[in-house]
Write a protein that binds this ligand. Structure first.
Ligand SMILES: *[C@@H]1O[C@H](CO)[C@@H](O)[C@H](O)[C@H]1NC(C)=O
Ligand SMILES: *[C@@H]1O[C@H](CO)[C@@H](O)[C@H](O)[C@H]1NC(C)=O
Ligand SMILES: *[C@@H]1O[C@H](CO)[C@@H](O)[C@H](O)[C@H]1NC(C)=O
Ligand SMILES: [Fe+2]
Length: 433
């Protein structure tokens, strides 16, 4: 965008060398060949045209519309309505931008619209005079609801394959357990990622939490973490009483979803821990019979990749009891570039009242797959496979949900792993005294 060319590239190379030196993104195991990284350029010459449009839920009946323009005079205004070309409503929001070394982002616009009706299609334009119409569907207010779940997405040919599979499914909300763009300090790659996901992310809410690739902190030269992530992927944290974009919760159609931050304080004296404790206490299982939690670094993992990391071991130590006592149904994680599903577990052992832990770090990023597993397979690991793909959680009603994982290698939609889950709130054996 604003600053490109050789000088910029040299600086970025120095930055990456710095990061590698400090152990930022290197790992010690060998991965199979990934597909090529894509770079999507802006296809529109008009600098006021909206780019990288994505939407996210705000409260029960509002939506945040986020987009970027190259110029700095486009207002943060969204016009919208329920028929194509007819925009009865309008809302204004905020515009921000950020700097990262020599890079200056475009204008990042954020507008919250609503109240909106559930399960309805809305048509919208970003900027008061934009010729490009987008549309989205709001999630249903009641069951059934269908979530697409995928982590470690990146922006390669495999990512594109994953996105095509997700686009074919009839999902209501996408949940992403961290590691989005794999820009890894090269800021224009965040813009490219925004363009790659726009066809999907402008049509359905994408709810994300952070992974290690979002940190982008550099010693001495850029010491603030999550600069790009926080500016580009603003999530509804204030609405759940959180003070940070790095952790928040929301309700949708009878499911309480908690997005945790694996790369910010999670110890028992941390702000996040206290927030989580209070958030879980507030849940009314009559309103949200299901609880789903997302983290990045998995607490249960029998892949040889990412064993023994602080964010896995210590976060589990700090928070597992809280989740167990709240009767969390499912914990989704990413980080390990493969798929693995555990049985209901607590404290390392099978436990009928513990959450099912599922790793879906198989979105398709440039680092490739994590294909070696610890043998023999632990008894609590029910299914593991190092293939790119994504998962779907269909919550049918207050008691039943179906989880399906689909690998990309299959041309036709075909569940490689699937299981029915019963909500813990409906299991009398899991009632707390
Ligand atoms: C705009 O910024 C103000 C002040 O920071 C904040 O209160 C408000 O919620 C923001 N609006 C949107 C749409 O993000
Ligand atoms: C993604 O895949 C589709 C179908 O194979 C192809 O038409 C499209 O050009 C690909 N997109 C990118 C950015 O490579
Ligand atoms: C919930 O869905 C399951 C699976 O489709 C079904 O067997 C069960 O009867 C449903 N329960 C209610 C109360 O409708
Ligand atoms: Fe990761």
């Amino acid at each position: 965008m604003a600053v490109q060319g050789r000088r910029y590239l040299t600086l970025q190379i120095i930055a990456v060398a710095f990061a590698v030196l400090y152990g930022g993104v290197v790992s010690s195991y060998v991965r199979p060949p990934p597909r090529k990284t894509l770079f999507l350029r802006n296809s529109d010459d008009d600098s006021s045209s909206p780019q990288q449009v994505h939407i996210s839920l705000v409260g029960e009946d509002k939506m945040r519309i986020s987009w970027i323009t190259d110029d700095s005079s486009s207002p943060a205004t969204v016009n919208y309505g329920t028929s194509p070309g007819v925009y009865d409503n309008s809302a204004d929001g905020n515009t921000t931008s950020y700097r990262y070394l020599l890079f200056k982002s475009g204008d990042i616009h954020d507008v919250v619209i609503g109240p909106l009706k559930p399960n309805s299609v809305y048509y919208y334009i970003c900027g008061p005079n934009s010729a490009q119409e987008f549309s989205f569907k709001t999630p249903p207010a009641q069951f059934p609801i269908n979530f697409a779940v995928v982590g470690d997405l990146g922006q390669t040919g495999w990512t594109n394959s994953t996105l095509q599979h997700i686009a074919q499914s009839n999902y209501d909300v996408l949940l992403l357990p961290g590691d989005l763009s794999y820009a890894d300090y090269i800021q224009p790659q965040w813009d490219s990622f925004g363009r790659l996901v726009e066809p999907l992310a402008s049509q359905r809410p994408w709810m994300v939490t952070q992974g290690n690739h979002e940190i982008e902190k550099l010693p001495l030269i850029h010491t603030t973490p999550f600069t790009s992530y926080n500016a580009r992927w603003r999530m509804p944290f204030e609405e759940s009483g959180s003070d940070s974009n790095l952790y928040y919760s929301f309700n949708v159609a009878g499911v309480h979803i908690v997005m945790l931050g694996s790369y910010t304080g999670f110890e028992q004296n941390s702000v996040q821990y206290k927030w989580l404790e209070a958030d879980l206490k507030k849940i009314d299982r009559g309103i949200t019979p299901w609880i789903v939690v997302l983290i990045h670094a998995p607490w249960y993992n029998s892949n040889t990749a990412h064993q023994g990391e602080y964010e896995s071991v210590s976060m589990k130590e700090a928070m597992e009891e809280l989740l167990y006592k709240a009767r969390v149904d499912v914990v989704f994680a990413g980080h390990v570039h493969a798929y693995e599903r555990f049985t209901r577990v607590y404290n390392g052992k099978a436990d009928n009242c513990g959450p099912v832990h599922i790793t879906v770090g198989d979105g398709g990023n440039r680092e490739g797959l994590a294909s070696t597993y610890i043998n023999p397979k632990p008894e609590i690991s029910m299914f593991r496979e190092a293939s790119f793909g994504h998962g779907q959680l269909e919550v049918v009603n207050a008691t039943h949900a179906e989880w399906k994982w689909q690998r990309n290698d299959n041309d036709k939609p075909y569940a490689s792993d699937s299981i029915w889950l019963k909500s813990l709130s409906s299991d009398p054996a899991c009632k707390l005294p």
